[in-house]
Design a protein around this ligand. Structure first.
Ligand SMILES: Nc1ncnc2c1ncn2[C@@H]1O[C@H](COP(=O)(O)OP(=O)(O)OP(=O)(O)O)[C@@H](O)[C@H]1O
Ligand SMILES: O=c1[nH]c(=O)c2[nH+]cn([C@@H]3O[C@H](COP(=O)(O)O)[C@@H](O)[C@H]3O)c2[nH]1
Ligand SMILES: NC(=O)CC[C@H](N)C(=O)O
Ligand SMILES: [Mg+2]
Length: 510
């Protein structure tokens, strides 16, 4: 068995990021719910306890017995994990006077601590907590503080057990990676030999093992990075038994249906286009609630896939390019994570389906998917395409969906995206799109009063979509795009720019 780090999940939205940070160090890791914590085995070199939406002060909160790990292998408690270790040891955790979300600085650092080796004083860290460790148990030493929080990090004397109040796993903790490196490589002593090539080889083998020798596989392809990488992996595993289906759900970008079909032909993949726009519109008719819309879209996707699958003899599997953020934000698979939104391909799936699901990228993050795609030879234009959600413009038109609104938004969106490309800004932002708002505002055009719709431009920078900042696009560019949209798209008389980061906002508006 390869060496690994065990992550115990207490339900934090960030648990997968801990896994990602560790895999970036080329170390294998697994996430297990706190409620079924495995016994300590040879291969487990260290344990990380995740954060949680729960409060350790709540008698119902997760409170597993950690004695099987403590003192035997290195343990790192993050946020809730740190609060839990402190409380179990006899310390005191209280509600903080100010709930702390966002950036903070480590104004005090114990440079001699192996966990903090090479971190700089005033290092920026990301906080997200409402409780605080008021008193540490005897034998626990503070190793870092911020101006607001005395116990930002601690060490338990005589054993490799640490707790940190901040989140080293999010990229806003600028030296978080270094801290994780110190823990995983130095303190746990891992060797760092797990890579994208390693993933490709083991996933191809796993797919060949799971998918029966005569089974045919239907794959929903979207032109996006995830499903394209899934296609190449599956193609390597089962060759021509892979049947790609690209659905026009009536919620795609301008010209996207034709463009995407064309690019798959170039890749030599066997892909069929299915135009089901009318079905999707019918399923969405009258719906305004974001979750209901997502579920309706998910349901129609499955109906279309099921129907198309019947045309392929021996079809047993539906493959999807689902990746980890889709999963963690949708359902609580591995612990009590709180549902944020149902991604159409996860929470939107109906309970009864004729096909079994195979999702080779389900455990990977976007940038890991790109690394795997690169290892498989996926061309640059697909590899670096902005992510585009499966429910498409359906979750960017706030309120009910009509073909007229789709058309309006497609035109505004095309102006924005083409503008980003022609100004050389496309590759500098991680994702961009336009939201059609369900409000009208008064304007004046050629001396006439107008009373038309508002669109919001959204562009973000991010590494993995889990956290994001609004992109600081140049004013001249924004002015140009705003002008073009208002002049060229009849029905829109106002353009605003979204300046919210994630969290607390999300990238999409629904
Ligand atoms: N129009 C579509 N036709 C067929 N399958 C689709 C379509 N849109 C989405 N899917 C399926 O849903 C999955 C999730 O969509 P999602 O947008 O997250 O991923 P992606 O499109 O592959 O990549 P990206 O996030 O880069 O757009 C896809 O991988 C694909 O399997
Ligand atoms: O395939 C998808 N199906 C969905 O239902 C869905 N919802 C959001 N997204 C994409 O996920 C990333 C994070 O989005 P949010 O910040 O809005 O949650 C962003 O890249 C979003 O575009 C989706 N992708
Ligand atoms: N991010 C976390 O783990 C938060 C822990 C706990 N719910 C708090 O608010 O302090
Ligand atoms: Mg997509």
């Amino acid at each position: 068995m390869p060496e690994q780090i065990l992550i115990l999940d207490f339900g934090s939205q960030y648990t997968q990021l801990i896994a990602r940070r560790i895999r970036e160090l080329n170390v294998y890791c697994e996430i297990h719910p706190y409620s079924s914590a495995p016994d300590l085995t040879e291969d487990i070199r260290g344990v990380v306890l995740s954060g949680s939406p729960c409060s350790v002060r709540d008698p119902e909160a997760p409170n597993p017995d950690l004695s099987r790990y403590l003192g035997r292998v290195p343990v790192l408690g993050v946020c809730y994990g740190a609060q839990l270790l402190a409380q179990q040891g006899g310390g005191e955790v209280l509600p903080a006077t100010i709930r702390e979300y966002g950036r903070a600085r480590l104004s005090h650092l114990d440079a001699a601590s192996p966990l903090l080796r090479d971190l700089t004083r005033d290092s920026q860290v990301w906080m997200s907590h409402g409780d605080t460790i008021q008193a540490l148990p005897a034998g626990y030493d503070i190793i870092a503080s911020t101006p607001e929080v005395a116990v930002a990090a601690y060490h338990v004397q005589g054993q490799p057990t640490y707790g940190i109040q901040f989140h080293p796993e999010v990229t806003h903790s600028t030296e978080g990676k270094l801290l994780m490196r110190n823990f995983v490589l130095d303190i746990c002593g891992c060797a760092a030999d797990w890579t994208a090539e390693h993933f490709v080889d083991s996933m191809v083998q796993a797919l060949q093992h799971t998918i029966g020798p005569d089974d045919q596989v239907i794959l929903g392809l979207s032109g996006g990075v995830d499903s394209s990488v899934a296609a190449l992996l599956l193609h390597r595993a089962i060759g021509p038994r892979l049947h790609g289906i690209f659905v026009n759900n009536g919620l795609l970008r301008q010209d996207e249906y034709a463009d995407v079909l064309h690019s798959y032909k170039d890749l030599g993949l066997n892909v069929r286009g299915v135009d089901a726009s009318q079905e999707f519109y019918a399923g969405l008719a009258g719906l305004t609630d974001p979750e209901q819309k997502r579920k309706a879209i998910g349901r129609t996707f499955i109906e279309v896939f099921d129907r198309e699958a019947q045309k392929v003899q021996g079809a047993r599997w539906l493959a999807q390019g689902t990746i980890y953020p889709d999963v963690i934000e949708s359902v609580s698979v591995k612990g009590p994570a709180v549902t944020i939104k149902s991604h159409h391909n996860v929470g939107g799936l109906p309970e009864k389906m004729n096909l079994k699901i195979v999702e080779p990228l389900r455990a990977l993050f976007k940038d890991e998917v790109r690394l795997v795609g690169d290892a498989l030879g996926l061309p640059h234009n697909i590899l670096h395409r902005h992510p585009f959600p499966g429910p498409g413009l359906g979750i960017r038109i706030l309120g009910d969906i009509t073909p007229q609104k789709v058309n309006l938004l497609q035109r505004a969106d095309a102006i924005f995206i083409n503008g980003l490309k022609s100004y050389g800004l496309y590759d500098q932002v991680w994702q961009a799109g336009v939201m059609l708002l369900p409000i009208q505002s008064v304007g004046v055009m050629g001396d006439e009063r107008t009373y038309e719709q508002v669109v919001a431009l959204r562009a973000v920078t991010s590494v993995d979509g889990m956290t994001a900042d609004w992109a600081h696009l140049p004013y001249e560019f924004l002015a140009d795009v705003s002008n073009k949209i208002i002049n060229q798209v009849r029905g829109i008389n106002r353009v605003v720019y979204d300046i919210s980061s994630k969290p607390p906002a999300t990238i999409e508006w629904e």
